[in-house]
Write a protein that binds this ligand. Structure first.
Ligand code: TRP
Ligand code: ZN
Length: 864
């Protein structure tokens, strides 16, 4: 039951889509920037859509003060409400709308629309933030060229917007202006403005056809030495899109701006990407290997949106996966090409399972293309992004790399400059490749993770695989139809040789069999190589087969997968009361650890045990109740056993993986540091680690090693951990991104007393909770990354999360709603924990004036 204090939740439905009543031919905006009273003058050319004759002029607008508006110069008085304005008077088929609004950037804590971050003006308009700047048909199918003039005091020296630069100059002794023109028609969600005291790191680029492009990465003074990697990533992304997709950049300038207060990772505004500074700023001393990797992939992601998202955009927000799934897939391919394909794939699948399978198996499950929403910001989900990318990956697998390229070329040819739907995208694949994607398109429409049950038989040299599929019910979708499931399979002989190399099976029916003839011995099937479909595989497989796949499969992903399953099986046995760990498993781990023919990054992943949340999800999916303390204990004991059995090799590998010379973020060096860190983590379970951790922390010349040493010391309360923690804070006090790491490593500390420690962190002078990065580094890090603390039997962890959500919600509803998603797994636990979580959710839902963002998420979580 939803408490009646919750706001009314209007539902937007795909089925009710109507084209806009008015098209926009051009937009001219003038900004007069003042912290508390910025004036925005809009001059907009409207043209009636002949398909919707007689419709009044309806413009979206929120939290705006209307100073005046006119039609073709004649003042008019439209009807105002909380969501916008309506002008029902007579209108010609084409007219010029002028409108002056006043906004208060300083009071804008939601970080949507025009706001101030550390004295810098910036905007965030996706999905519906432009309506907080001026009245407008704020929907992605209304596209127009924009011309922008920014007027500001000279104390705000840098004035940026989308497109190419135009005139600049002084207006008086105190004020100046700059103009920008973006010739490419775009939806309002891609509008951006930045103004502040900024410095740029510049580079020159020439496109494949020889057009020069100025590249600029803008940061606050003092950070200019931390932009090189972002710039390098940008240049490599631009080259990659030319080489692999034949796509060139299309303006004279491309700019990236780093801001400290940002709700998400980054935003692809046309020609002026705005980034969370966490995904721009990097130096060896302040950023980890993982940070470098994320900078590279997010810079690429936003750049790739220029074609997949900006030039071809979404008709409506239900089509979000059209740009996000495709762009994530493109950035994953880029990272695989730039680094290691198998390592990239394993990481992507780990993330997919941790976030998307979790979502699909809980109350927030929804199709990649949803059919209704209350708050669109709540649909920037792992399902839309990550599962959306898996759908594109399967398409490429089905039509082949050449078919994929042909289909995308057709898509760009046919739809450049348009706002499209998934159906239009699908038709390009059908037309280019001559296939029917009718059944395949269920991947966009049907929620839930399919479960594929595997059975096999062996008779007279013929091996038969039988694959059966079911998709569990999800909210609002009880009945499920069979999917097209691509299964890449190879067969191994008992001696490890490959009897049948990879081939693609297409499972389209509820149950289907595939026969392999003429085999010398009963083979072991290596299924779903490279994770060829986002499904759960249910298969009885014995330890001999797992060991064979782990040791000999030609597919590196499945070697990793076999190890993961093997470890999972042992953990379940431990949870069920077993008190020994099979020697065969630790021997297999050892073989991987010392195999110098394998990439260290791969070895690091292969030695990474399943996570606590992953195990909890697995237990719940099999009808059990997850016990976070028991899971933690089982993992700890498995880690200790492994550390004991591998003691000598861990130390040797740790020492061998030292990377000589100055720090470099390249994949090889990072892989060695990752393996080293993995060894150290295991060694901390025994007694061999503490000294090494202390030395690593004290002598590190880079953040990866320094942090790896510090986490090892703190999470194991090794001698000197308190001094190390204090020293780190003293050293990095002035660097907010490093301080975030200091906070989150404490929030995720699994040692007893987590709730009290986290409460203490929230009272720390540096806990600036209105900054989303800082809030997440404490509150979300705790709720997601500290299962024993968060699920403490007293319910104190739940209470802490609820307190902070109630506090954050009125200030920043987007981030509050996102973090509220931490409650989505509440049904996995025992009735006592469920009741405690439910009570906290209800307490939040009963908060007066709760945002519709948080209200929607929590009501879906409890199922009302
Ligand atoms: N479109 C952005 C991306 O995926 C993400 C995004 C959506 C976003 N809404 C946002 C970023 C709000 C910041 C704030 O790249
Ligand atoms: Zn994106």
């Amino acid at each position: 039951m939803r408490p009646d204090t919750a706001p009314t939740q209007t539902v937007t439905r795909l089925a009710e889509y109507q084209p806009p009543a008015w098209w926009v031919e051009e937009v001219h905006l003038t900004f007069d920037l003042q912290p508390q009273a910025a004036l925005v003058t809009a001059k907009i050319g409207f043209r009636r859509n002949a398909e919707r004759p007689g419709a009044p002029l309806r413009l979206d607008g929120r939290k705006l003060t209307l100073r005046g508006c006119a039609v073709d110069g004649a003042p008019v008085t439209p009807e105002l409400d909380d969501e916008g304005l309506t002008y029902a008077g007579d209108l010609p088929d084409r007219f010029t709308w002028t409108c002056e609004t006043e906004i208060d950037p300083q009071a804008n804590t939601e970080l949507e629309g025009l706001y101030l971050s550390k004295g810098m003006y910036c905007t965030q308009c996706e999905a519906e933030g432009f309506r907080k700047i001026t009245y407008y048909p704020d929907r992605p199918d209304v596209m127009a060229p924009f011309t922008v003039r920014i007027v500001a005091p000279k104390s705000v020296p840098v004035l940026l917007s989308n497109g190419n630069p135009g005139a600049t100059g002084a207006l008086s002794a105190e004020t100046h202006f700059a103009e920008w023109h973006d010739p490419h028609p775009k939806p309002a969600y891609l509008f951006a403005l930045v103004a502040g005291d900024l410095v740029s790191h510049d580079a020159a680029f020439a496109t494949a056809s020889g057009r020069p492009v100025d590249l600029k990465v803008w940061v606050r003074p003092g950070d200019e030495d931390k932009c090189a990697y972002a710039m390098d990533s940008l240049i490599r992304s631009m080259r990659w899109d030319e080489a692999t997709h034949g796509r060139e950049y299309d303006l004279d300038i491309f700019q990236i701006v780093a801001v400290d207060d940002f709700n998400m990772g980054a935003m692809e505004n046309k020609g002026l990407n705005i980034f969370n500074s966490k995904y721009v700023l990097a130096s060896p001393e302040t950023a980890t290997d993982r940070d470098y990797e994320l900078i590279e992939s997010i810079v690429a992601h936003e750049y790739f949106h220029n074609w997949t998202g900006n030039r071809i955009t979404c008709r409506d927000w239900f089509q979000l996966c059209l740009k996000e799934g495709l762009t994530v897939f493109r950035d994953q391919c880029f990272s695989a090409d730039e680094r290691s394909e198998p390592v990239q794939r394993i990481q992507d699948v780990k993330a997919l399972r941790a976030r998307q399978f979790r979502e699909d198996q809980g109350p927030l499950a929804h199709p990649v293309r949803p059919e209704e929403y209350i708050e669109i910001n709540n649909f920037y989900t792992a399902t839309v992004y990550e599962k959306g990318a898996e759908v594109i990956r399967m398409l490429r697998l089905l039509v082949g790399a050449e078919g994929y390229r042909k289909a995308l070329d057709l898509y760009f040819d046919r739809h450049d400059g348009q706002a499209c739907t998934i159906e239009q995208f699908r038709t390009c694949f059908e037309d280019a490749c001559g296939i029917d994607l009718g059944q395949f398109s269920r991947w966009w429409h049907q929620a839930g993770t399919p479960v594929v049950t595997v059975q096999d038989a062996w008779e007279d040299g013929t091996y038969t695989l039988t694959l059966a599929q079911t998709t569990p019910p999800t909210p609002g979708q009880v009945e499920k139809a069979p999917m097209v499931i691509p299964c890449e399979v190879g067969l191994l002989l008992p001696d490890g040789r490959e009897a049948v190399p990879s081939r693609l099976l297409e499972v389209t029916e509820v149950e289907q069999s595939f026969a392999f003839e003429g085999l010398a011995a009963r083979p072991t099937a290596s299924l779903f190589r490279g994770f060829s479909a986002p499904v759960v595989v249910s298969r009885e497989i014995d330890e001999t087969d797992l060991a064979l796949l782990l040791g000999s499969d030609t597919d590196p992903f499945n070697r990793w997968e076999a190890g993961r399953q093997y470890a999972q099986r042992i953990l379940f046995d431990l949870l069920a009361g077993a008190d020994t760990v099979p020697e065969a498993w630790s021997a297999a781990c050892q073989a991987l650890l010392v195999d110098d023919t394998l990439d260290p990054a791969f070895r690091a992943l292969a030695l990474d045990l399943p996570g606590e949340d992953e195990l909890a999800g697995e237990i719940a999916a099999n009808g059990g109740q997850a016990d976070p303390d028991a899971i933690h204990a089982a993992l700890t004991s498995l880690r200790e056993t492994l550390a004991e059995r591998l003691e000598g090799d861990l130390a040797t590998t740790y020492d061998a993986m030292q990377v000589p010379g100055p720090y470099s973020p390249d994949a090889q060096s990072a892989g060695k540091r990752a393996l080293r860190g993995r060894c150290l983590g295991l060694m901390m379970a025994g007694s061999a680690g503490a000294d090494r951790a202390q030395t690593l922390f004290a002598q590190a010349d880079n953040m990866t090693d320094q942090l790896s040493g510090l986490v090892a010391l703190v999470h194991h309360a090794a001698a000197g951990w308190e001094e190390a923690l204090a020293a780190f804070h003293r050293q990095w006090q002035a660097d907010p991104l490093v301080l975030d790491k200091w906070f989150s490593l404490q929030a995720t500390n699994p040692r007893p007393g987590a709730v009290a420690r986290v409460i203490a962190l929230t009272h720390h002078a540096d806990f600036d909770w209105k900054n989303p990065n800082r809030f997440r580094s404490v509150v979300a890090a705790f709720a997601m990354g500290n299962p024993t603390g968060f699920h403490m039997a007293s319910g104190a962890g739940y209470d802490l999360l609820a307190d902070w959500l109630i506090r954050l919600d009125p200030v920043n509803p987007q981030t509050a709603a996102r973090v509220a998603g931490c409650f989505e797994t509440w049904r996995r636990y025992n009735p006592a924990r469920q009741a405690k979580m439910r009570a906290e959710i209800d307490r939040i839902l009963a908060t007066p004036a709760l945002s519709r963002n948080t209200a929607e998420i929590l009501s879906r979580i409890v199922g009302t």
